[in-house]
Design a protein around this ligand. Structure first.
Ligand code: ADP
Ligand code: MG
Length: 245
C-alpha cells in the first residue's frame, strides 16, 4: 500500500441472504483521484459506496481509510465515517432546518466547532456552490438542483478526505443536472478525492481519472476514460455502453 492510497478495499464480499452482491472486490482510490463507477442497475454500486462508509456491513475482506482499517462499530467508526462525505440521489437534507443549519449542524455536533465558526464556513461554502442567497430558506423552497448543491456544501463542511456520490443527479429534472455536475467538476479539478456512481458519461469523460465498470457484484474492468470508452475490453462493458451511449 502506498502512502497516497486513501481508500483501499481488499477482497470485499457482501451477501444479502443468498444474493452475493459484492464479490471479491478490490479497489484502491488514491488521494486526489476521481473514480467514476458505472454499471447496470443491481450491480452493487450503491452497496459498495455504503460499505465504504459502513452504512452497510461486509461479510469478509477489509476496507482501509487513509491507512486505518474500518472497525465495524464504536467511537472510532464514527470518527472515520465523518472523514468520508456522502451525497445521495435523494439529497437527505433535514426538512425542518434551514439551508444554513443543514450545513452548520454536523460541524457543531460531530466536529464540535463553535457555532460562529461553523456559520462562517457554511456561508462560505453555500456561496461557493452558488446558493448563498438561499441560506435562510427551508430545503423544500429550493429546486432539486439547489438542494443537491446544499448536500454537497454540507459534505464539504466536514472537511472530508473524500466524498462519495451515489447517483447525485438521477432524481433531478434534466435542466438541473448540469448545475450539479458543474459543482462536482470544479471540486474534481480542485483535487478532491471523489468516488462517483453516475450514468452521466459526459461527466465521466470530463472529470474521471479512472472509470470502474461493475456488473453482478464484480469489478469487470477499469481504466482511464479515453481507453475505457474508446475500446472497452469486456463483452459486458461493450453491451452496457451500447445501450446507454
Ligand atoms: P446498484 O446500486 O448497482 O443498482 P445495489 O448495490 O443497490 O445496486 O444493489 C445490489 C443488489 O443488492 C441488488 O440486487 C439489490 O436488490 C440488492 N440489495 C441492495 N440492498 C439490499 C438490502 N438491504 N437487502 C436485500 N437486498 C439488497
Ligand atoms: Mg444504486
Amino acid at each position: 500500500m502506498s502512502q497516497s492510497d486513501l481508500i483501499v478495499l481488499d477482497q470485499v464480499n457482501k451477501r444479502f441472504g443468498d444474493h452475493h452482491v459484492l464479490r471479491d472486490v478490490n479497489l484502491t482510490v488514491r488521494q486526489g483521484e476521481v473514480v467514476v463507477i458505472i454499471g447496470p442497475s443491481g450491480a452493487g454500486k450503491s452497496t459498495l459506496c455504503r460499505a465504504i462508509n459502513r452504512l452497510e456491513t461486509i461479510d469478509s475482506g477489509t476496507i482501509t481509510l487513509d491507512g486505518t482499517p474500518l472497525p465495524s462499530e464504536g467511537r472510532e467508526l464514527a470518527r472515520l465515517r465523518a472523514e468520508v462525505g456522502m451525497v445521495f440521489q435523494s439529497f437527505n437534507l433535514f426538512a425542518h432546518k434551514t439551508v444554513l443549519d443543514n450545513v452548520v449542524l454536523g460541524q457543531v455536533h460531530v466536529l464540535k466547532r463553535p457555532r460562529e465558526q461553523a456559520v462562517r464556513k457554511a456561508r462560505e461554502l453555500l456561496d461557493r456552490v452558488g446558493i448563498g442567497a438561499q441560506a435562510d430558506k427551508l430545503p423544500a423552497q429550493l429546486s432539486g438542483g439547489q438542494q443537491q448543491r446544499v448536500a454537497i456544501a454540507r459534505a464539504l463542511a466536514m472537511d472530508p478526505k473524500a466524498i462519495l456520490f451515489d447517483e447525485p443527479t438521477s432524481a433531478l429534472d434534466p435542466e438541473m443536472v448540469n448545475e450539479v455536475l458543474d459543482v462536482m467538476t470544479t471540486l474534481a479539478r480542485e483535487g478532491m478525492t471523489m468516488v462517483v456512481v453516475t450514468h452521466e458519461m459526459g461527466f465521466a469523460r470530463r472529470a474521471a481519472d479512472r472509470v470502474v465498470f461493475m456488473a453482478e457484484g464484480e469489478i469487470v474492468e477499469q481504466g482511464a476514460p479515453s481507453a475505457f470508452f474508446g475500446a472497452p475490453s469486456s463483452d459486458r462493458a461493450q453491451s452496457f455502453l451500447a445501450k446507454i451511449l
